[in-house]
Design a protein around this ligand. Structure first.
Ligand code: GLN
Length: 487
C-alpha cells in the first residue's frame, strides 16, 4: 500500500482521502517513511514537520469523518520552500542569518493552503535567499539530484524540486525570481510553474527581488500543478502588486484541445551553447505538439541577448534594499560588536554567505548616486524593451516554446567557483520574470546519461490556462512523467 500511496498524484490522493479509501494520516505516514529512507541521500529538507503534519492530517480526517466540507486537495501533504512563512515554524531562507528565526505569521499562500486542508510535511532547502541555480549556496547543505546524486538539483528551489522528484512529497511550492522554479523542475524531471507576476500573493514570501519574485507549484503532473495553482491564486490586499482578476478553473481548461493553437519558436533560444541532446528533446516535443494540431512558426525576441545582464543589475539592486533589514537588531542572528557599527558589520559579515554578499555589493553599487542612471536606470529601460518583445510576439502566437535550461543538471562543484557561468543557467528563464509573464517547465526527455530535460512553455499575462493546456496535452501523449529516479 505504501508504494501505491507514493505513486498517486495529488489529485488521486485527495479523491481517495475524500472517499475514505485512505486517511490523510496514512498518506502522511507513507511520505514520512519515504523521507526517512530517502532524505539522508537527497537532503531536500531544512526542516521536516513530522509531528505538526500528523496532527494536521488527523484534523483533516476528523473533518471528513464528520461530513464537513473540505478543500479539493484536502489531506494531501505538501513541501514548502523555506522562504515562506508558516506560523510557529522556523523559516531560514537557508541562511545563517535566519537560522533561529521562527515565523510570527502565515504567508498568504500558506493561509490559503490551510483553508483548503493541505498538510505541510516540511520546509525545503534553497540557495541562500533564493540566490543561485544549484542549491550549493545553501548555508546548510547541498541538495542532490535524485536522478544522479553527484549532480545538482537546480536552484534555487532545488529542495522542493528534489522532494517531488524523489517522492518525498507529491507536490511542493517554490519561488521563481529568474528561473528558480522552472530550472530545478527541468533538472529533476518534474513540472514547475511560475505564474504571471501578480497572480499569487507574495505576502509572507521572504523578498529577494520584489519586482520579479513569484510563488508557484511543483508536481509530477500538469493536473496537479493546475489544481495547486488554483488553490494559491487570487487577489490579496496585503500585496500591493497583487492583481484583482478572476481565477479560472484551470483543470476544466486543460481538457480543451490544441487545434489551431499558435506556437512561437524564438530563434534566439536555439543557439550555440545549447546542449545537443537538450535541443533534440525539445525539437521532438515540438513535433508531438504539431501532430496534435498546433501550428508552429519561427518568431524573434530581439532583446533576449540583454536579459541576463539586465537581470543581474535589477535583481541585486532590489536584493540590496530588501536585505538591509538583516542587521542583527530585527531578525535572527546577531554577532557581538563593541559599538553599533561593528555589530552590524560582524552580523552581516558572518551571517551572509559569499553569493549574498556579492549581490548586495553589486546592487548597492548600481544604485549609488553617480552610477544609478548608467546601471539601474538603463537596465529598467532595457527591461521595458524585453517586455515589448513579448507583447509583439504574442500578437502573432498564443504560446512560446523553448528549452527550459541550456544544459541538463551539471556536477556538484562544477560551477560553484564561477558565478558568471552559474548565472548563465537561467539564460532561458530570466526574460519571463523581467516581462512578468507566466512560464512552465514540463519533462520532455532524458539525456544518454539518464538526466531529465525540460520543455518551457511561456504564455500571455494571466493566461496560465494556455500554457497548462499545452503542457497537459504534451504530457498525455508522452511517457516521461511516468519514470521515477531509483534513489
Ligand atoms: N538563478 C537566478 C539567481 O541566482 C534566479 C534565482 C531565482 O529565481 N530565485 O538569481
Amino acid at each position: 500500500m505504501e508504494n501505491n500511496i507514493l505513486n498517486f498524484t495529488a489529485v488521486q490522493l485527495a479523491n481517495k482521502i475524500k472517499a475514505k479509501e485512505l486517511s490523510s494520516v496514512e498518506a502522511v505516514k507513507a511520505y514520512l517513511g519515504r523521507i526517512e529512507k530517502t532524505e539522508p541521500k537527497v537532503k531536500a529538507f531544512v526542516t521536516v514537520l513530522e509531528e505538526q503534519a500528523l496532527k494536521q492530517a488527523k484534523d483533516v480526517d476528523e473533518k471528513i469523518s464528520k461530513g464537513k466540507a473540505v478543500g479539493e486537495l484536502a489531506g494531501v501533504p505538501i513541501a514548502i520552500k523555506d522562504n515562506m512563512l508558516i506560523t510557529g515554524t522556523p523559516c531560514t531562507c537557508s541562511s545563517k542569518i535566519l537560522k533561529n528565526y521562527v515565523s510570527p505569521y502565515d504567508a498568504a499562500v500558506i493561509e490559503k493552503l490551510k483553508k483548503q486542508d493541505l498538510v505541510f510535511i516540511g520546509k525545503t532547502n534553497l540557495d541562500e535567499f533564493a540566490m543561485g541555480s544549484s542549491t550549493e549556496n545553501s548555508a546548510f547543505c547541498t541538495t542532490k539530484n535524485p536522478w544522479n546524486l553527484e549532480c545538482i538539483p537546480g536552484g534555487s528551489s532545488g529542495g522542493s524540486a528534489a522532494s517531488v522528484s524523489s517522492r518525498m512529497a507529491p507536490i511542493a511550492l517554490g519561488s521563481d525570481t529568474g528561473g528558480s522554479i522552472r530550472q530545478p523542475a527541468s533538472c529533476c524531471g518534474v513540472v514547475g510553474m511560475k505564474p504571471t507576476y501578480g497572480r499569487v500573493s507574495r505576502y509572507g514570501l521572504i523578498a529577494f527581488a520584489s519586482s520579479l519574485d513569484q510563488i508557484g507549484p511543483f508536481s509530477r503532473t500538469i493536473e496537479d500543478s493546475a489544481m495547486l495553482l488554483k488553490t494559491i491564486s487570487g487577489y490579496d490586499a496585503k500585496d500591493s502588486t497583487s492583481v484583482d482578476v478572476p481565477v479560472p478553473d484551470y483543470n476544466a481548461e486543460l481538457k480543451k484541445d490544441l487545434k489551431g493553437l499558435r506556437i512561437g519558436l524564438p530563434r534566439e533560444y536555439f543557439i550555440k551553447g545549447l546542449d545537443k541532446e537538450v535541443e533534440q528533446s525539445v525539437k521532438n516535443a515540438i513535433k508531438v505538439l504539431e501532430n496534435l494540431g498546433a501550428k508552429t512558426e519561427e518568431i524573434t525576441l530581439p532583446y533576449t541577448e540583454y536579459a541576463v545582464a539586465v537581470y543581474y543589475i535589477i535583481a541585486p539592486s532590489e536584493a540590496s534594499a530588501n536585505l538591509a533589514r538583516y542587521d542583527g537588531v530585527k531578525f535572527g542572528f546577531r554577532a557581538h560588536g563593541e559599538d553599533l557599527l561593528e555589530m552590524y558589520e560582524k552580523t552581516r559579515g558572518r551571517g551572509f554567505g559569499a553569493e549574498v554578499k556579492r549581490r548586495i555589493m553589486l546592487g548597492t553599487y548600481s544604485l549609488s548616486s553617480g552610477y544609478y542612471e548608467a546601471y539601474y536606470g538603463k537596465a529598467q529601460k532595457v527591461r521595458t524593451l524585453i517586455r515589448r518583445d513579448f507583447e509583439e510576439a504574442f500578437k502573432k502566437v498564443d504560446v512560446i516554446l523553448t528549452p527550459t535550461a541550456p544544459t541538463p543538471a551539471f556536477k556538484i562543484g562544477d560551477k560553484a567557483d564561477d558565478p558568471l557561468q552559474m548565472y548563465l543557467s537561467d539564460i532561458f528563464t530570466i526574460s519571463c520574470n523581467l516581462a512578468g509573464i507566466p512560464g512552465i517547465s514540463v519533462p520532455c526527455g532524458f539525456t544518454s546519461n539518464g538526466l531529465p530535460v525540460g520543455l518551457q512553455v511561456l504564455g500571455k499575462p494571466f493566461k496560465e490556462e494556455d500554457i497548462l493546456k499545452t503542457a497537459y496535452h504534451y504530457e498525455k501523449n508522452t511517457e516521461w512523467h511516468k519514470r521515477y529516479p531509483e534513489v
